[in-house]
Design a binder for this molecule. Structure first.
Ligand code: NAG
Ligand code: NAG
Ligand code: NAG
Ligand code: NAG
Ligand code: NAG
Ligand code: NAG
Ligand code: NAG
Ligand code: NAG
Length: 875
């Protein structure tokens, strides 16, 4: 929702560099001629951080080559490893039935304290397309993250797509794609490999620069390899360039030159730093934990994403209603204003599904309370919404007030009783401050009692105010005061300092020495959000007896299985409108399809032209919510004037008519790890023209969304991959060779294209998703060049936690003069009847519809022209 303004200056930590803590003298001076031979793009940084100098550099046995004139290109390291610098070497290697176990030994000390001199590499051939390699300290267990919850079958391979080779006279290793010998993970040179207690580093050379993922950070979809550094340390900061923000997903998808794709996931919850350089190469640095990599061999991008989600978990099926349009803002200070804003939007014809309140509803900003004067009547209001078929969602902060009168605030008293609060290094409750008036204490969501505690709190509040969804905010975790300071320690002040926003690791969060059941905060900082999401999602399902809906600001790999995410505190600018697309697509790769940024922007005042375009694009975010910060102008669609209202209704009506299709895409995602908002690159990996596209995206494989990202151009250029497409609005065919089309645009329309070969199930838009669900199904059949098309529909009651066998899947196919509808499962809650079929692309005039094999319906043509024929089914 918002960022906390830093209200207390904390202890300043001096520039303690690694060098101060190590003994030198173990290094041979680098050989200058060897140093000269290292091309700039291949330099591996020997002194990450900004405090290097020649003496320090050479003390590490590294090459020193400062830029001689203008430092035009920052980030190129000038203290770098000489070729084949010594680090670890394999000492013995044993083949196991399902992999390899090997030991490596370090020949000289690394510059970081507490080197692990003997390490073990365990390679597991998990399946033909998934390989795992894990590097551990065999004599001392180190921290390993319990998230994502991984539940893989016993390893089993028949014909693995990869081989694992130990290379270079035992000085490194490679993972190779068998089919064409492409090197997927190239650690054949371990020169810069370090495995010390608080600094682990490994570099892989990459086979191409088509690399995606590695978030959360504000960036383009294809990640730059131009000395791009990405820091993972979950943090409450508005998205901006090169700043660590809310979530951690150390997963990438890479398309090789051959157009085969692979993926790599590092499972590690400690602070991380990644550097991409033009070699191309990727360096990982972790300040703790172990190196635990999963490699996915694809070979298509969709295969990679599916394999990744087999490991980290597939996304949760959202409740149907959560795909409606959501209205929210911070600074709606009472119930009257909430009602007024809702009503003016309903009056304007905006189909609001869910009304939200930000922390304004609380008493003194305390969780699980509501302001009885300003929000008196809230329970009745929520009941009224329910009667209208609408929903209500609330913000919940993780921290609760630590300063209420004893006996007056159960969230504190009960937490103490159950001993669930995070502790400080001396074992007392860790005290900080977020929104509460005096102090804040924080549930430890890894504590065995946390579930009981949190469910009780949610349930007691739900008994008062029957809310439907939870918005869990500030869970990086965000904190702005440390009344007792943070004790100096190697956790607070590790030998290597990550480039985190604000400097100190505890900046805007807990002390690194804070204790949780699972371990010290230093190790599990990045898990705070996911552990809260896990518990909130499960508890809410039990309370509601229905599928729960949550969105969480902080996220970690695998969090899609608990709920969704939103883009955080984005500014109301044209730039942010554009960045919201790669942000959304990144979360598609991460297996969190339920995502969208605050429509019209959160921070600063929006403008009419911006909000106009943002409402159009936002109607196609899988999670579609207009939300705004306090003390700003109103930006709900009705407040923005006629133009925005017209755009909003037009786009949202299309969204609502496509809900059965959107819901079906979520079903595929939840079963198979496919994407909902799909990057063009994922759908068309054989077409390199799609690799850089992040201004347009698809829903599934059938609908291309090409938003207008400026005020009022007369046309925009839209890339249509090879094949037949149809303009959604006039149904005109566009036959593409894989080229850009100049599409005329007006102010109220978002360009949309249907892909030939698709059959899309649609319904009639209405004011609520419940109403839409009652309307007849209409099939939109878009024929390809060969006159064929196919598609499907998934249907269930939209809310059950476990639908069992009570769901329906209809398969559609069209060819010649026939549209076939078959079913692979028929539930007790069947979808409404199919009452019309629209065929575009020279449909046959004498169409038969064979529906479920029950009957062959002759269908009546109700209108026809060369590209579009509409049939009415006479049941
Ligand atoms: C491999 O090396 C490790 C570490 O030096 C040692 O503990 C282990 O016994 C060795 N295994 C074999 C099979 O030699
Ligand atoms: C991939 O293609 C790029 C650009 O043509 C080329 O520079 C690079 O060497 C190729 N990579 C491999 C592994 O062949
Ligand atoms: C209740 O809301 C009103 C209106 O915003 C505000 O002035 C008052 O301080 C709130 N009371 C509490 C206890 O939060
Ligand atoms: C997720 O929450 C459930 C319910 O409390 C708990 O049993 C499980 O251990 C949690 N998962 C992890 C990885 O902590
Ligand atoms: C831990 O918190 C208590 C108060 O709850 C405080 O007295 C103590 O100094 C704190 N310890 C540290 C190390 O901050
Ligand atoms: C935003 O607009 C509101 C209402 O028009 C105005 O009071 C406020 O000063 C503006 N804020 C900024 C940051 O421009
Ligand atoms: C999942 O993928 C399999 C294999 O491609 C396919 O047969 C199945 O229909 C898919 N199921 C869903 C729900 O997408
Ligand atoms: C939606 O609500 C508006 C305003 O109440 C009303 O004019 C319109 O007819 C409703 N639309 C449908 C499809 O029910």
């Amino acid at each position: 929702m918002k960022r906390i303004i830093l209200s207390l200056i904390v202890v300043y930590f001096g520039n303690i560099s690694a060098n101060d803590k190590t003994t030198n003298g173990n290094f041979l001076k680098a050989d200058p001629s060897q140093c000269l031979a290292v091309p700039q793009n291949e330099r591996l940084d020997c002194w990450p951080g900004s405090d290097g100098n020649q003496e320090k550099c050479e003390s590490r046995g590294c090459c020193w080559s400062p830029p001689n004139s203008v430092r035009g290109l920052p980030n190129i390291p000038y203290c770098f490893y000489q070729p084949k610098a010594e680090s670890y070497k394999f000492t013995n290697v044993s083949e196991l039935p399902d992999g390899i176990s090997a030991f490596l030994e370090r020949s000289s000390k690394s510059p970081y304290p507490r080197d692990v001199s003997t390490i073990q590499l365990i390679v597991t051939y998990q399946s033909d397309s998934i390989l795992r390699f894990k590097i551990i300290d065999p004599s001392n267990p180190r921290f390993e993250s319990p998230f994502p919850e991984i539940d893989l079958p016993q390893p089993k391979t028949e014909n693995p797509l990869y081989k694992f080779n130990i290379e270079n006279d035992k000085q490194g290793f490679k993972i190779i794609r068998r089919s064409d010998d492409s090197v997927i993970f190239d650690a054949s040179d371990l020169s810069n490999f370090i495995y010390s207690d608080q600094f682990l580093q490994i570099t892989t050379k990459l086979p191409s620069t088509n690399i995606y993922g590695l978030g959360e950070e504000r960036k383009r979809f294809r990640v730059s390899t131009d000395w791009k550094q990405i820091t993972f340390f979950n943090h409450d900061a508005a998205p901006q360039d090169n700043v660590n923000i809310y979530g951690t997903h150390p997963f990438y998808l890479l398309v090789e030159n051959s157009t085969n794709a692979h993926g790599v996931f590092l499972k590690n919850s400690n602070g991380l730093e990644l550097v991409l350089q033009p070699t191309p190469a990727l360096t990982y640095r972790a300040i703790g934990g172990i190196l635990d990599f999963y490699v996915f061999l694809g070979p298509t991008p969709s295969d990679v994403l599916k394999q990744y989600q087999e490991v980290v978990g597939k996304p949760k099926m959202p409740p149907y209603w959560s795909l409606g349009f959501h209205l929210c803002r911070w600074g709606i200070i009472d119930l009257e204003s909430t009602k007024k804003v809702l009503q003016r939007n309903l009056d304007a014809g905006i189909p609001i599904e869910t009304q939200w309140n930000d922390l304004d509803y609380m008493e003194d900003h305390n969780d699980f309370t509501y302001n009885k004067s300003a929000f008196g009547g809230l329970p009745e209001f929520v009941q009224e919404l329910h009667k209208q078929g609408r929903r209500y969602a609330i913000l919940i902060d993780p921290g609760v007030s630590g300063s209420e009168l004893p006996g007056s605030y159960p969230p504190y008293d009960r937490g103490v009783e159950l001993d669930v609060f995070v502790k400080n290094s001396t074992g007392q409750i860790f005290i900080g401050k977020v929104w509460n008036s005096l102090t804040t204490v924080f549930p430890d969501f890894t504590h065995p009692n946390a579930y009981t505690y949190w469910k009780e709190m949610l349930k007691e509040f739900h008994d008062l105010v029957p809310f439907d969804g939870a918005w869990i905010d500030m869970n990086e975790p965000s904190n702005s005061e440390w009344p007792y300071g943070c004790p100096d320690s190697e956790l607070e002040n590790p030998p290597y300092r990550l480039n985190t926003d604000g400097g100190a690791l505890h900046e805007k969060t807990f002390c690194m020495t804070a204790k949780q059941h699972l371990g010290v905060h230093y190790d599990i900082h990045n898990l705070y959000g996911i552990s809260e999401a896990n518990i909130t999602s499960r508890a809410l399902s039990e309370i509601l007896g229905e599928r729960s809906f949550i969105i969480s600001r902080s996220t970690f790999s695998g969090q899609g299985r608990y709920g969704g995410h939103w883009g955080g505190d984005v500014y109301s600018t044209w730039d942010e409108l554009r960045y919201s697309i790669p942000h959304l697509l990144d979360f598609s790769l991460f297996g969190m399809p339920l995502m969208g940024s605050d429509i019209c922007g959160f921070n600063d005042n929006t403008t009419e032209p911006l909000c106009n375009r943002w409402m159009q694009l936002g109607a196609f975010y899988p999670f579609s919510r207009n939300h705004n910060s306090e003390k700003l102008m109103d930006q709900d669609p009705a407040a923005m004037g006629e133009q925005v209202i017209r755009s909003s209704i037009k786009a949202l009506n299309i969204r609502y008519s496509l809900l059965p299709f959107l819901y079906t895409l979520f079903w595929h995602a939840s079963k198979n790890g496919s994407t909902v908002a799909r990057p063009l690159m994922v759908e068309f990996p054989d077409d390199p023209n799609t690799y850089d596209i992040d201004t347009a995206f698809l829903w599934g494989s059938a609908l291309l969304i090409a938003p207008v990202l400026e005020d009022n151009p007369s046309s925009i250029s839209v890339y249509l991959p090879k094949g037949r497409w149809y303009n959604f609005y006039d149904r005109k065919p566009l036959n593409s060779k894989g080229e850009y089309f100049e599409i005329a645009v007006d102010r109220e329309t978002i360009p949309l294209f249907i892909r030939g070969g698709s059959i899309i199930p649609m319904q009639t838009p209405a004011n609520t998703t419940e109403e839409v669900r009652k309307s007849d199904i209409k099939l939109l059949v878009a024929l390809d060049e060969d006159g064929k098309a196919s598609g499907n529909l998934y249907w269930d009651d939209g809310v059950s936690v476990d639908v069992g066998s009570d769901y329906t899947v209809l398969e559609f196919s069209a060819e010649g003069n026939k549209v076939d509808v078959t079913s692979s499962n028929l539930g007790r809650t069947p979808p409404p009847k199919i009452s019309s079929i629209e065929v575009i692309g020279n449909g046959n005039q004498n169409m038969m519809a064979d529906i479920l094999g029950i009957d062959r319906y002759p269908v009546k043509v109700i209108c026809g022209n060369p590209t579009q024929i509409l049939y009415y089914i006479t049941h």
